[in-house]
Design a protein around this ligand. Structure first.
Ligand SMILES: N[C@@H](CCC(=O)N[C@@H](CS)C(=O)NCC(=O)O)C(=O)O
Length: 246
């Protein structure tokens, strides 16, 4: 419980991130900061916050303490009946599901389409990777770790093997590619690195996946100027400390 309270204290700070100088150079910027209901250790929240950083977008981060039920209030469920974080409010336009939010931010405010290409075939590969993450990779990560994190259950060898199988598929996707969907960083890399950063922080051994190991180092470096350490790694470490003590 002590770990949970520490986690909450860390989370309960309203923060505004962004780069005002960079904003003024982009005519597509929103007229007022986009609100994001979030919690720092939440994996999908971390992906959205890093995407906003890459886009030099100001976010008004609104801590939403799901451990205390802040997402179950009538106000919150009116906004998002599914009561998940992250939820975005861009001047009254409400959206949830992190991957949809990331795609929207690039479509609406990207200086170019490199993070989410407009070319149908290139975009289809990014979409395939995003769907692979939500439906397979993150799902298998969750299958192994959610019972341990939130229900105090034991490590399951069977679920670990399933996760490792998904990591093997990802390793194959990376054959001859610098990033998961091609030669450039896209929102698929940002979504997927959050999953990989978690398993790394939790001590899951993925060293036999050579392409994945190289991609992880390359993508960490690419995202370092956009808060990889303070947003993604710090969030994963918070979850890892909860896993060890919980
Ligand atoms: N697929 C969703 C997952 C969102 C999600 O389940 N978020 C968790 C926190 S990491 C949450 O809001 N849990 C509270 C609830 O579902 O009531 C996304 O990527 O945004």
């Amino acid at each position: 419980m002590k770990t949970v309270s520490t986690l909450l204290v860390i989370c309960l700070t309203i923060t505004v991130i962004g780069n005002a100088a960079a904003l003024s150079k982009n005519s597509k910027m929103p007229t007022q900061p986009i609100k994001l209901y979030y919690l720092p250790p939440s994996p999908p929240c971390r992906a959205v916050v890093m995407t906003a950083k890459v886009l030099s977008l100001d976010l008004e981060l609104i801590p939403t303490n799901i451990l205390e039920g802040a997402h179950l209030t009538p106000e919150y469920t009116k906004m998002n009946p599914q009561h998940t974080i992250p939820t975005m409010d861009d001047s009254g336009f409400i959206l949830w599901e992190s991957r949809a939010i990331m795609a929207y931010l690039v479509n609406a405010y990207g200086r170019d389409d490199s993070l989410y290409p407009k070319n149908p075939r290139q975009r289809a590969i990014v979409d395939q990777r995003l769907n692979f993450d939500i439906g397979t990779l993150f799902a298998r990560y969750a299958g192994l770790y959610i019972p341990m994190l939130f229900r105090g259950e034991e490590y399951s060898e069977e679920n670990a093997n399933k996760l490792n199988e998904a990591l093997g598929w990802l390793d194959t996707f990376l054959d001859g590619r610098a990033f998961v969907a091609g030669e450039n960083l896209t929102i698929a890399d940002i979504t997927i690195i959050v999953t990989i950063t978690n398993i790394d922080a939790f001590g899951f051994d993925f060293s036999q996946h050579e392409n994945l190991k190289k991609w992880y180092e390359r993508t960490k470096k690419a995202l370092e100027p956009y808060g990889y350490h303070e947003i993604d790694m710090a969030g994963a470490q918070m979850l890892a400390s909860y896993l060890k003590k919980g």
